[in-house]
Design a protein around this ligand. Structure first.
Ligand SMILES: NC(=O)c1ccc[n+]([C@@H]2O[C@H](COP(=O)([O-])OP(=O)(O)OC[C@H]3O[C@@H](n4cnc5c(N)ncnc54)[C@H](O)[C@@H]3O)[C@@H](O)[C@H]2O)c1
Length: 386
């Protein structure tokens, strides 16, 4: 049973994870090298909890309880009594390894060390430890207190006991756990790539503009945000880097190839909302472009993006990245998709998926459009995912 939790890094993710653990009743110690970051983290928690009181979600006593559960420290050795430490510092392997090596000299024999990394392999982080079997990936989504999903990623070195404790702890924290293999992008950041990539490709081919593609996915697909709105929200620099990292990590599989459109926007500093300009303009007087509300075109755009997403989800299942239920949960609970992609495939029909992918492949002759062997096999055997 995890009682004391250490958090390394009090930025966006570390602060959110600390709030989750403290709300669940754990004693939490948040460590950061930067005093200003610790102060900011404290202030933002105060603001968030005050807002929760205003909304009637918690009372003043609950706010005090959560805040009393958290202490902020500037010395790593202060995390010595943590049963579980979750790291959320800068995305750099050498720095993470260095901090973990030092942490291991303070903590107890059975303490667990976890990383919230989005793109590094857990095996490479664990390899720096004396006891690599204690290391695991625990990947929250932003904002951690709101997003239900947490991916738990055992490395090849991780012991079963550590995996079980991590899964149990995250479930105790009232999150939905999806266990994923230690492969690039884990589940969500891998399966979601075509939402951006195929939409960018459709734009680059001149099929439709940003507004029309966004409108298609929202109106026909029921997505809360269109791909271009979402990329502007995430930041084109951040989103481009994830795509490029996944592409390289998959030995340049064309399925994950980044787009020049996004690269140029990123280079130009058109990062999205945070810079006031991305695919759209966010200045006060900016007019939102109107989409071409053509239902037939919108259906074609939606079908093409959806089938590429389904193909990615099916291939993740084919390669045992996670279970079918976890793959579907990951997309609905981690990135708010209106439906799980494998359930969506069942609804559309596996034959429909295979036929759409084969049509794309016949048109382009690009490996990017290859149909997952699993879909093909299921189609022959008349099977469904659920
Ligand atoms: N932001 C996201 O949407 C998101 C989502 C999931 C996972 N992640 C991952 O979480 C991690 C943190 O991301 P973030 O967005 O919270 O970053 P952030 O920049 O908001 O915060 C990082 C914090 O770590 C501190 N820090 C840096 N080096 C340190 C060190 N050596 N020792 C102690 N503290 C140190 C910094 O002072 C800063 O406060 C990264 O690995 C990232 O890939 C981010």
């Amino acid at each position: 049973m995890i009682k004391t939790v250490g958090i390394i890094g009090s930025g966006t993710m570390g602060s959110g994870i600390a709030q989750v653990a403290a709300t669940a009743g754990c004693t939490v110690k948040v460590y950061d090298t930067n005093q200003a970051a610790l102060e900011k983290s404290k202030a933002s928690l105060e603001k968030i909890l005050t807002r929760l009181i205003e909304k009637g979600r918690i009372d003043a006593a609950e706010k005090s309880r959560i805040q009393e559960n958290i202490t902020h420290v500037q010395v790593l050795a202060d995390l010595a009594d943590a049963d579980l430490t979750i790291e959320a510092i800068v995305e750099n392997l050498e720095i993470k390894q260095k901090v973990f090596k030092e942490l291991e000299t303070y903590i107890s024999e059975n303490a667990i060390i976890a990383s919230n990394t989005s793109s590094l392999s857990i095996a490479s982080i664990a390899s720096a430890l004396q006891k690599p079997e204690r290391c695991i990936g625990i990947h929250f989504f932003n904002p951690a207190p709101l997003m239900k999903l947490v991916e738990v990623i055992p490395a090849v070195q991780t012991s079963n006991e550590v995996l079980e404790t991590a899964v149990q702890t995250i479930a105790d924290w009232k999150k939905v756990v999806a266990v994923a293999k230690d492969t690039p992008g884990f589940i969500v950041n891998r399966v979601a790539r075509p939402f951006y990539g195929e939409s960018l490709r459709i734009y680059e081919e001149g099929v439709a503009d940003f507004a029309t593609i966004d409108w298609s996915l929202k109106t026909i697909g029921g997505f809360r945000m269109g791909p271009f709105e979402l990329m502007d929200f995430i930041g084109n620099d951040v989103n481009y880097t994830v795509t490029e990292t996944v592409f390289k990590a998959f030995y340049y599989d064309p399925r994950y190839r980044p787009s020049f459109t996004q690269k140029r926007l990123s280079e130009a500093g058109y990062l999205g909302r945070k810079t006031g300009k991305g695919y759209y303009s966010y200045t006060e007087d900016a007019e939102k472009p109107t989409p071409t509300e053509d239902k037939v075109l919108a259906q074609q755009i939606f079908d093409r993006v959806l089938v590429m997403l389904i193909n990615e989800a099916a291939d993740a299942l084919f390669l045992n990245i996670a279970s079918a239920a976890d793959i579907d949960n990951a997309m609905t609970k981690g990135v708010n998709y209106p439906k799980g992609l494998l359930s969506w495939a069942d609804e559309k029909g596996i034959a429909w998926c295979v036929e759409k992918l084969d049509t794309l492949y016949d048109e382009y002759h690009e490996d990017r459009y290859r149909c997952s062997p699993l879909l093909r096999k299921m189609n022959k055997e008349n099977k469904t995912f659920f």
